[in-house]
Design a binder for this molecule. Structure first.
Ligand SMILES: NC(=O)C1=CN([C@@H]2O[C@H](COP(=O)(O)OP(=O)(O)OC[C@H]3O[C@@H](n4cnc5c(N)ncnc54)[C@H](OP(=O)(O)O)[C@@H]3O)[C@@H](O)[C@H]2O)[C@@H](O)CC1
Ligand SMILES: Nc1ncnc2c1ncn2[C@@H]1O[C@H](COP(=O)(O)OP(=O)(O)O)[C@@H](O)[C@H]1O
Ligand SMILES: [Mg+2]
Length: 282
């Protein structure tokens, strides 16, 4: 079994200059679901990352206690209550990429929102399942919907979802579990691995300076933003994983810790570099 590194070639193929004749609708509708009363920061960070990644229109469904805070940080986001079934169904139906889980919580409200999303999502939509949503799928053995699924577990979430203990998470064992699950799995750790069918990729970057709560929430938002606007889902996921840690590595040259919100602010600059011909410097 061969594990390929994620390369800059993949990013250059994926992140292209934007056509002049385009508008926000061209760059995708992203809907994020998460953030209970305790974990509002998680969905704020995921939303921030999705917007800085270039999603054309972003809407966040969260607990009402988070609405003012989210609006104050990110007026670009539209925000509404994740308990409202009608709005949730409409906003899931109109999205081309959905992220569920950052700070969702594993209680009844989180489970209800997750079940509604699973009942609404369609095969052509990208659905990223992160954080609490992974735990809920594992705990309740939820049947997965027919959609373009991406799971973004850390090692303990992957243990809960796959049943493979962290020490037994070998590429062979992981690949067998991914084959049963379906979709793409981003197994987050030092040198994150991405499993997609027969292919396994490894992220060459990443630093312990990233070990701050919210770093994975930020990656989930980036995966949402990239899959909302770039047609090749696997390349979009690989590009998000790579840039996320590349920014952190660069910031960590001069900083002991890197905050998730600092990553988000840098995303547009890195995307611009990959969109330019290789010889061009700005
Ligand atoms: N500001 C906010 O609102 C924030 C909200 N958040 C939201 O909280 C929710 C719960 O997510 P969670 O990841 O914090 O908790 P959980 O799933 O129990 O995992 C922790 C357990 O796993 C273990 N562990 C083993 N290997 C590991 C690894 N490689 N990486 C990480 N952990 C690893 C670890 O081991 P230990 O630390 O004990 O050594 C511990 O026992 C989720 O919705 C998330 O979005 C957070 O993002 C924080 C900021
Ligand atoms: N030592 C490390 N080396 C490289 N990457 C790391 C390291 N520690 C954490 N990360 C990265 O930070 C993110 C943590 O994700 P996660 O545990 O889901 O955070 P949270 O749920 O708090 O947002 C992952 O992308 C992971 O790869
Ligand atoms: Mg997480």
């Amino acid at each position: 079994m061969s594990i390929q590194p994620i390369t800059e070639t993949i990013l250059r193929q994926t992140i292209q200059p934007r056509p002049e004749n385009s508008h926000k609708g061209t760059y995708g509708r992203l809907t994020l679901v998460g953030g209970n009363a305790q974990f509002g920061g998680a969905i704020i960070m995921a939303t921030t990352a999705g917007i800085y990644s270039g999603a054309g229109l972003t809407t966040t469904l969260t607990d009402p206690v988070n609405i003012t805070a989210l609006h104050a940080r990110m007026p670009e986001a539209m925000v509404t209550d994740f308990h409202d079934e009608t709005t949730l169904t409409e906003l899931i139906s109109s999205a081309n990429s959905i992220v569920i889980g950052p700070g969702l919580g594993s209680d009844e409200a989180g489970l209800t929102a997750l079940r509604r999303v699973f009942a609404t999502v369609q095969p052509q939509q990208s659905l990223t399942i992160d954080g609490s949503a992974i735990d809920l799928v594992a705990k309740h053995d939820l049947p997965l919907p027919n959609a373009k699924l991406v799971f973004t577990p850390h090692e303990m979430e992957w243990q809960r979802l796959s049943g493979i203990t962290i020490k037994d998470q070998t590429p062979d064992n992981n690949q067998q579990a991914v084959a049963k699950l379906g979709g793409i799995v981003v197994l987050k750790k030092h040198h994150t691995q991405v499993y997609a069918g027969q292919q396994i990729f490894e992220n060459p970057g990443g630093t312990p300076a990233m070990a701050t709560g919210g770093m994975g929430d930020t990656l989930a938002g980036m995966v949402g933003g990239f899959t909302a606007q770039f047609a090749d889902q696997l390349n979009a996921v690989l590009s998000a994983v790579y840039i996320h840690s590349q920014i952190a590595d660069d910031l960590a040259h001069n900083a002991y810790v890197v905050l998730p919100t600092q990553i988000s602010e840098e995303i547009p600059w890195y995307m611009k570099q990959y969109s330019l011909p290789q010889s061009t410097k700005i």
